[in-house]
Write a protein that binds this ligand. Structure first.
Ligand SMILES: [Zn+2]
Ligand SMILES: [Zn+2]
Length: 450
């Protein structure tokens, strides 16, 4: 098996998942005989055939490399609560058995996940406030709070005696994010003075020109569409986008509607947001059982299943198999979500079955209004980030090869002296020498039983 042991003069980055794909992030940093894990996420396997939705087989990065030397693993840091960053931890933690470090909202989500697999109480969770500094083994760390599509997106400044790395996690520049602090470049320009050797950076939208759209503009777009509706409105949306849900609750309030959540994951997320102080007190949510008694123009429901998942609530509504709500001709189903590649046919089938009943649908590509906005940086944002932080080396991650290549080009244009691109299993050496050792360990994906 691999004998990769970082010395005191080494600073290494070794991604086991998430570099070469979007999903299942599992990153390792190595220094002075120790490893630090940053994120432990999952992904879904590709569809088995073109007529099916995703199989929903859960997969994650094979953790064997680090599991077999867990005495060298100093701890696990989770940057935010998206499934591609935290989702595999409840399944894999027994193989590591080390403390987990994260922020309060992510800790709340993690505790709920751990409870489902009987691990709550066994995992030592260190809940650290935003912007705080903390130490995990030989690594000195600090949260760098950014903006994204979930509360508390936390970049990580990693300082060692061999050099410093800024690991961005997922981010965008949002000056009006609806919930949480707005984006502030001030902290990033201070990183410049802290000699950032490498910046390991989100590449998801590196092929898109310009700047991502703010969550507040999405709120205005949703209000614009919904205010003129006279029937029921159902919105398909990702449950983790608490800001979007709060926007919809505000739209409900301003249009004389009642907001209800259809689907357990939505209810769980809003309850977690309440528990950690993110849900605004002035935005009520009614029990879905009330929906049937309301006049159509007072109904605003948010439902799971925007990717066409067969058992989720949108598909059940399309089959008129939702206990709390039936739709009629003229009602509107709006998709406030991206299409995850591979789900196009399942979504198309869902849309067709609504239309067959005379229920209208509105998808993002059918309107000029930003009824969904992405949580990742486009080209101008990446360029700005490189200019603020001014790292010596750019290491694009969180993307497919073409996204990472585009991110590297942006770094080059932004005068970052070196760019390193590679794939899961490659060892990126940041100090003492800068380089990539191809396939230093074997990276593969494993299925997770649930
Ligand atoms: Zn992500
Ligand atoms: Zn994310």
């Amino acid at each position: 098996m691999d004998l990769l042991l970082p010395t005191r003069s080494d600073l290494w980055f070794l991604p086991l998942g998430g570099t070469g794909e979007i999903g299942m992030n599992l990153n390792l940093y190595g220094h002075d005989g120790q490893w630090l894990m940053v994120d432990c996420g999952l992904s879904f396997n590709e569809p088995i055939d073109e007529n099916s939705a995703r199989t929903h087989e859960l997969v994650c990065a094979d953790p064997e490399f680090i599991a077999q030397q867990r005495h060298r693993l100093a701890g696990i840091v989770i940057t935010h609560a998206h499934e591609d960053h935290v989702g595999a931890l409840p399944f894999l933690w027994r193989r590591f058995q080390v403390p987990v470090y994260t922020t309060p909202f992510t800790a709340e989500i993690l505790r709920r996940k751990l409870a489902q697999v009987g691990l709550l109480g066994e995992v030592e969770i260190h809940e650290l406030p935003l912007a705080s500094r903390f130490k995990v083994g030989v690594f000195d760390l600090q949260w760098i709070t950014l903006t994204h599509s979930i509360p508390e997106p936390s970049g990580l400044m990693i300082e060692t005696s061999a050099g410093n790395v800024f690991h961005t996690g997922d981010w965008k520049i949002d000056h009006s994010p609806v919930l949480g602090e707005r984006f502030s470049p001030a902290i990033l320009t201070t990183l410049r003075k802290r000699d950032v050797k490498a910046m390991v950076c989100d590449s998801t939208n590196a092929l898109r020109v310009g700047h991502s759209v703010s969550e507040f503009d999405c709120y205005k777009a949703l209000l614009e569409v919904i205010k003129d509706e006279s029937g029921r409105v159902v919105v398909g949306c990702f449950s983790s986008n608490i800001a979007r849900l709060a926007s919809l609750a505000r739209v409900a309030k301003e249009t004389g509607r009642y907001l209800a959540l259809l689907g357990r994951s939505l209810q769980n997320m809003v309850s977690a947001a309440r528990a950690s102080g993110y849900w605004p007190d002035d935005l009520p949510v009614v029990d879905p059982s009330h929906l049937g008694y309301l006049p159509p123009n007072e109904v605003l429901a948010v439902a799971t299943g925007s990717q066409g998942e067969p058992r989720a609530m949108l598909n059940r509504l399309a089959r008129d198999d939702c206990f709390d709500l039936s739709l009629d001709k003229g009602d509107l189903v709006l998709f406030s979500a991206m299409i995850i590649p591979g789900n196009e046919l399942a979504i198309e089938r869902l849309v067709k079955s609504f239309k067959a009943q005379g229920v209208r649908t509105l998808q993002k590509h059918e309107t000029e209004l930003p009824i969904h906005v992405s949580g990742h940086p486009c080209q101008d944002e990446l360029a700005a980030m490189y200019d603020w932080v001014r790292p010596q080396v750019a290491i694009p991650t969180h993307g497919e090869p073409e996204h990472m290549a585009a991110n590297a080009r942006i770094a080059k244009d932004a005068h970052v002296p070196r760019q390193l691109t590679g794939l899961n299993g490659d060892l990126f050496t940041i100090a003492p020498e800068v380089g990539v050792r191809k396939q230093a360990t074997k990276a593969k994906r494993i299925a997770l039983a649930r």
